[in-house]
Design a binder for this molecule. Structure first.
Ligand code: AMP
Length: 397
């Protein structure tokens, strides 16, 4: 089954193209594209039923003004996670959404939250996310869904001025969106009090744990009031994640939208390489192909990523990099350029790319292999989003 699927993939990609030079460049002298765990493990599983969406947005008891903003945002039907979570969240229940990025989980929690605030302007909501980029994306989405509704939010993330954040916190925003490290600093300096939050969202809890925020999360969560609504999102539920959820959720409703969506919308393949030079040569070749329009290339370390981005720039590619050694401002600029198609290639480390929501990424290239299978799934999830087709290629030596 595995071998058959693999051949089919390969045939679709490379056969029918009589360009021998192209094949030999990609395969090298004595190697051929060979199957690996990356393809094997993410094959769509037989027997998983496709979820049929049961509602229209207008079926939920959402404020008319929110419905208008959803239309303006261009959303036609709810995604499966939205379909299953919105009513429960609107009823005030605690919810656990097992969903990765690309499933529409952000709107699944933002829409009920905005509705809650419209019903009671004194509502205070805390949204915690693992990375600065994800926190910024949540805020961007929030702005679109709460357009003209006078809902105020503040972004509390590292890498930006804490004084500005303190200033805006004093103005009593409805929603605080932050990363655990900066939130903890603000709490410790007594500029942020946790007992005001009646609703809390923990987004991508598994990644927060992966990054090493578990102590900070437990600290922050321990300060939240007993009586509150909690919404959790995580691509996987590990023991640590489960412990966090059950430390303060009240019989949560669990909704699972598995990564099979990623498997179905991302065509995956492997490119075998024998040396570093060959890797660069093949990457160069691929990036010059017409279809490689918007590509994220993953490297393993900050240094590798920076070196690769520079090498690509020297070859004339429009490439930028994001990794932990870049300032917040630099990262934001690069990201904006990539989003607006001013850059063809974004070279990134796993951490820097976590949770990025970029439309129409045509390819993900794993220039360095990921450290774990979880990282692999996160990486390839940058493409094939919102049911568009994407491709993921992994260099294997
Ligand atoms: P998320 O998983 O929240 O990061 O969302 C992934 C992408 O899907 C984002 O670009 C969203 O704007 C888009 N999206 C979310 N919900 C819908 C929807 N109901 N219809 C169309 N696109 C959506």
């Amino acid at each position: 089954m595995f071998q058959r699927s693999f051949s089919r993939n390969r045939n679709r990609k490379w056969q029918g193209n009589n360009n021998r030079a192209r094949r030999s460049v990609l395969r090298g002298q004595n190697s051929s594209v060979s199957p690996s765990q990356y393809i094997n493990k993410v094959q769509p599983q037989e027997g998983i039923e496709t979820y049929t969406v049961l509602h229209n947005f207008s079926d939920f008891r959402l404020d008319e003004r929110i419905l208008n903003n959803i239309v303006a945002r261009g959303y036609d039907k709810p995604t499966p996670i939205q379909d299953q979570i919105i009513s429960h969240a609107l009823e005030g229940k605690d919810v656990v959404g097992i969903a990765n990025t690309g499933t529409g989980k952000t709107a699944a929690f933002l829409l009920p939250i905005i509705n809650k605030i419209l019903q009671n302007r004194a509502q205070k909501v805390l949204i915690m996310a693992p990375t600065r980029e994800l926190a910024m994306q949540i805020e961007e989405e929030l702005r679109l869904f709460s357009k003209s509704l006078n809902i105020y939010s503040i972004l509390c993330i590292g890498g930006t001025s804490i004084n500005r954040q303190i200033h805006f916190l004093r103005q009593n925003p409805n929603i605080v969106i932050g990363t655990p490290g900066r939130l903890k600093d603000l709490i410790n300096q007594r500029f942020l009090s946790m007992n005001q939050f009646e609703t809390v969202v923990l987004d991508e809890v598994d990644r927060m744990v992966d990054i090493g925020f578990i102590k900070d999360i437990k600290f922050i969560v321990s300060l939240l009031p007993q009586n509150k609504q909690s919404l959790f999102f995580s691509a996987t539920i590990t023991d640590d994640v489960d412990q966090i959820i059950h430390s303060f959720a009240k019989s949560p409703i669990t909704v699972s939208v598995k990564t099979k969506e990623t498997a179905q919308t991302v065509e995956q393949d492997i490119i075998k390489v024998n040396s570093k030079e060959e890797k660069i040569q093949k990457l160069d070749f691929l990036l010059r192909q017409e279809e490689f329009k918007k590509v994220i290339v993953f490297g393993r370390t900050k240094w590798n990523v920076e070196r690769l981005a520079r090498a690509l720039q020297q070859k004339g590619f429009l490439a930028g990099s994001i990794h932990g050694n870049k300032s917040q401002g630099q990262r934001q600029r690069t990201l904006a350029q990539f989003k607006q198609n001013q850059l063809q290639i974004l070279v990134a480390t796993d951490i820097a790319a976590r949770g990025l929501d970029i439309n129409d990424v045509s390819h993900v290239i794993n220039f360095d292999e990921p450290n774990s299978y979880t990282d692999y799934v996160h990486r390839i999830g940058r493409t094939g989003r919102a049911n568009k087709q994407g491709k993921a290629l992994t260099f294997v030596s």
